[in-house]
Design a protein around this ligand. Structure first.
Ligand SMILES: [Zn+2]
Length: 91
């Protein structure tokens, strides 16, 4: 099974707009940083959303069995657009 590129899979995905760290609202046009995981059953799933100030650009402790990624995106009316991968646990 081919694993889709996280940047492509997460582009256009709906997310919440409240930063998971500081609880600030992320507004349309703001940069957002997102942590997502991939499991075969679920595909890429957004787990954390941060504002530009709080976003980490590296994956922290690895999670067993998951392909993990940190991406930067622009938050646009409830969705992620212009997604780019900044760190990934697997090549
Ligand atoms: Zn924040």
């Amino acid at each position: 099974m081919t694993r889709p590129s996280p940047a492509a899979a997460l582009n256009g995905v709906e997310t919440g707009h409240i930063c998971d760290q500081c609880n600030r609202g992320i507004r349309t046009g703001d940069k957002a940083v997102v942590y997502a995981t991939y499991y075969d059953a679920d595909g890429w799933v957004v787990r954390r959303v941060w504002c530009d100030d709080c976003g980490s650009t590296t994956i922290g402790l690895p999670t067993d069995g998951a392909d993990e990624v940190v991406v930067e995106a622009v938050y646009w009316q409830g969705r992620l657009v212009g997604v780019t991968t900044v760190d990934r646990s697997r090549p």
